[in-house]
Design a protein around this ligand. Sequence first.
Ligand SMILES: [Zn+2]
Length: 308
Amino acid sequence: MTTGFFSHPDCLLHEMGEWHPECPARLQAIEDQLIASRIDTLIERDDSAPLADEAALLRVHTQAHIDFLRNLSPKEGYAAIDPDTSMNPHTWQAALRAAGAALAATDAVIAGRYENAFCSIRPPGHHAEPARAMGFCFFNNVAIAARHALQVHGLERVAIIDFDVHHGNGTEAAFAGDPSVLMCSFFQHPFYPYSGTEHPMPNMVNVPIAARTRGMEVREAIDLLWLPRLEAFRPEMLFVSAGFDAHREDDLGNMGLVEDDFAWITEQVRAVAQRHAKGRIVSCLEGGYNLSALGRSVVAHLRALADI
Ligand SMILES: [Zn+2]
């Protein structure tokens, strides 16, 4: 079975100003590297993501949050949410497409159309809390897809892997204390958003990591702290918050990972998925702001997902 690659042209229309690192060129850099690495012919594209419907959003977010964003959506210019996060006239639609791609990928993987899938989407999602947009994020794509797998498809246990350099505070807020979800993450600490270390719930495997840590130490931590918990949990499906800003060339983080480290992490996740979850993984793009490093790292991630 092959790996699905989900995206949508609407995801290019959201932008937060010329200077902003979370920019449409990120998705273009991924497309360029897919072609340059010649793996574009080995994965199956789906650019027809639907708009996520309100029922899917409401499995994670409050009605007030959804209404707030819909009403804030500007007809022209920008509407600010925090100093780093704003909406342009296309953000609302792009955010619904991003969540919609994660939902469509989940449906396709559960239906057996693909063994696993990657969603090349923006805006990202893992900082979006049930009632708050922040940190470049509006709706929590991975959380929405995970809840969809649990509540619509009736799965009993799903795992969420978050290897973005920043802590996925939104995802933690959505699932803390929920025994149907195991979340494994590492994140640079202390660092934005300064969460994840204060008495996490038992279903949160949070691994704070010091700045300038290299890949080998991160691999050891994953081996020691994530993998035994994942084995014991036996997830029926895995979701990945795939941020590539822990790359050593990425200026938004200060960690020392390289493409091989992202490939290794993906191989471990895939092995767990094959043992317990019929191989089912849906991975969604989060951070990653050095365009060259991002493109190369996504290719490494896709190669490991597709085993090519
Ligand atoms: Zn990040």
